[in-house]
Write a protein that binds this ligand. Structure first.
Ligand code: SF4
Ligand code: SF4
Length: 204
């Protein structure tokens, strides 16, 4: 399910994400984060950088903080897992039409990247994760997650998606006792989306 707004944080300085991580750490200690979120939005000029209105910016930043907090809580458990999968969103493929040579496997359902474009984010992530021993799935949507968990018993899952999709998948993963780590999209819109490769590398 997409957000009802689009965002692009790819031009926002890296320090913004460090600040989010810091705030996420504090989340466990402080219940009300609204004032902090408002400060971050003002400090990093999120409204100006993204064109979002204030309430949409709050929703976005709140989701990013929430998923960072879950990452921190789950990190220790995740590091102890052996059998792992990486779930990538199909919207981050370089092409969404037949120029993408990925093979769709309807039984899973998932795409398998055929590595047609060296500069495709999905291609880069797929190669990186496979080298580290992960199974990789390129998903048309979060609703495929339960089926994947039925086909293979994963202990740890890294999921890349927009905040809303991550929130839905986290509920499914925790219900199946899978240790999850999330990497948020920094540009959504359901096509030509972007995630940060360095963040993914560190998470894997
Ligand atoms: S590199 Fe993979 S995911 Fe990217 S466009 Fe080619 S086949 Fe599709
Ligand atoms: S931005 Fe990508 S991950 Fe989010 S809902 Fe759209 S297709 Fe799914």
């Amino acid at each position: 399910m997409p957000y009802r707004f689009t965002f692009d944080l790819s031009e926002v300085p890296r320090f913004f994400f460090a600040e989010l991580a810091r705030v996420s750490y504090q989340k466990g200690m402080h219940k009300s984060l609204l004032e902090t979120l408002q400060r971050i939005i003002r400090k990093f000029r999120i409204q100006e950088a993204t064109g979002l209105n204030f309430s949409d910016a709050i929703v976005l930043i709140q989701d990013l903080v929430d998923l960072q907090a879950v990452n921190l809580i789950e990190r220790k458990k995740f590091l102890q897992t052996k059998k792992r999968a990486l779930l990538l969103p199909h919207c981050a493929r370089k092409y969404m039409d037949n120029r993408c040579k990925a093979v769709f496997e309807p039984n899973i359902p998932s795409y398998s990247c055929m590595h047609c474009s060296p500069d495709c984010l999905v291609n880069k992530a797929d190669c990186l994760a496979k080298k580290k021993g992960y199974d990789v799935y390129v998903l048309p949507g979060g609703s495929c997650v339960p089926k994947i968990l039925k086909t293979a018993r994963y202990e740890g899952v890294v999921g890349v998606a927009c905040g809303e999709e991550i929130r839905l998948s986290e509920t499914i993963l925790s219900g199946n006792a899978v240790a999850a780590q999330a990497v948020p999209l920094i540009k959504n819109g359901c096509a030509n989306t972007i995630f940060n490769m360095e963040t993914l590398m560190n998470t894997l």
